[in-house]
Design a protein around this ligand. Sequence first.
Ligand code: SF4
Ligand code: SF4
Length: 82
Amino acid sequence: MTKESIIEIKINEENCTGCIICKLWCSYIYHNIFNPSKANLEIEERYGLTPKIVFLETCHHCGQCVQHCLYGALELKEIIEQ
Ligand code: SF4
Ligand code: SF4
């Protein structure tokens, strides 16, 4: 039986600034355009609180948004399943 690698993304919402760099990169990677409405995750503004980060069902769990988050709000974890 071969091992299957699954990437899990840990969310640290307290670090999120709402900059939407993650959304811009996701839309660029999958649609070749910097358009946050095309991203596979949502950054929901909450008045007076840090934004809420929501990955959509369309997310491919590629981890590219994690690589471009400058504030540590997204963290890559790799889980190996057998
Ligand atoms: S998760 Fe990171 S890149 Fe995305 S809005 Fe928050 S701080 Fe910005
Ligand atoms: S993990 Fe990949 S597909 Fe999912 S939101 Fe991030 S960049 Fe987009």
